[in-house]
Design a protein around this ligand. Sequence first.
Ligand SMILES: NC(=O)c1ccc[n+]([C@@H]2O[C@H](COP(=O)([O-])OP(=O)(O)OC[C@H]3O[C@@H](n4cnc5c(N)ncnc54)[C@H](O)[C@@H]3O)[C@@H](O)[C@H]2O)c1
Length: 264
Amino acid sequence: MGLLEGRIALVTGAARGLGAEIAKAFVEEGAGVLLTDVLEEDGAATARALGNKAAFQKHDVTNEDDWRAAVAAVKDQFGGLDILVNNAGIAEGGRIEDTSLEDFRRVTSINLDGVFLGHKHAAPLIRERAGKWEGGGAIINISSVAGLIGLGGVPAYTASKGAVRLLTKSAALEYAQNGEKIRVNSIHPAFTETPMMESTAGKLVESGLAPDAEEAKAFLTALHPIGRMGVPRDMANAAVFLASDESAFMTGSELVVDGGLSAR
Ligand SMILES: NC(=O)c1ccc[n+]([C@@H]2O[C@H](COP(=O)([O-])OP(=O)(O)OC[C@H]3O[C@@H](n4cnc5c(N)ncnc54)[C@H](O)[C@@H]3O)[C@@H](O)[C@H]2O)c1
């Protein structure tokens, strides 16, 4: 039997990258999954490839009405909710002096406000079935190593990911202190092979820090003592663990999946 047999999950930003792999791993472990994203065609195709235990809903995590609709959709189509993965995020950056307030807020609205709205709108539905499982319901927030240590050149990203780390702990304490069986934990990936990493490598080239994409990736790879970048499955395995009863005694914790990057 899969680790998530009978559970129902909602994964944001699941059209591609980490979110798509997390959704796939959840389905493989027996869960039903609503994938959501702003990328409608890619999201629908990703969900279709996962078979009849998956569905897609268009959903901008910064939009409160979209959250209401996504929560209603998971209830209608799957019958409830046990696991929320707040994964949607963007990594735009630049020097602080060259960053407009609008650009700064765009990043934090997706990476931080989106996580807040996820808790606000999904937790009531998770609470309804949380008593069913030994480990209760689970909320997993995808932060970053940039939520643990500073990364120059991505001020809004780093600020938002640091805030997600502590929002996770605040929510975990709130639910636990109220006797609610909803655990909340964050995952802190290092550079991982997804479209976001490709775009980061591209920016290193654009800014003259690397001569070409290959050199840029070699530079990023060298940041990881373990000798490689992450792959989406590394993060999906961590998400399965945090979603399942295997992590029943973990809440408010940060799971660092970074090939040793932040151990230096
Ligand atoms: N790839 C990495 O190196 C890395 C490292 C650390 C943390 N992370 C985090 O992992 C998460 C996933 O990143 P990824 O690498 O898969 O990136 P990605 O760009 O490949 O995928 C992110 C997904 O989020 C979606 N998205 C963007 N804005 C959205 C919005 N407003 N509403 C809903 N969906 C939206 C995108 O359409 C995309 O499908 C992000 O939170 C990211 O910050 C990634």
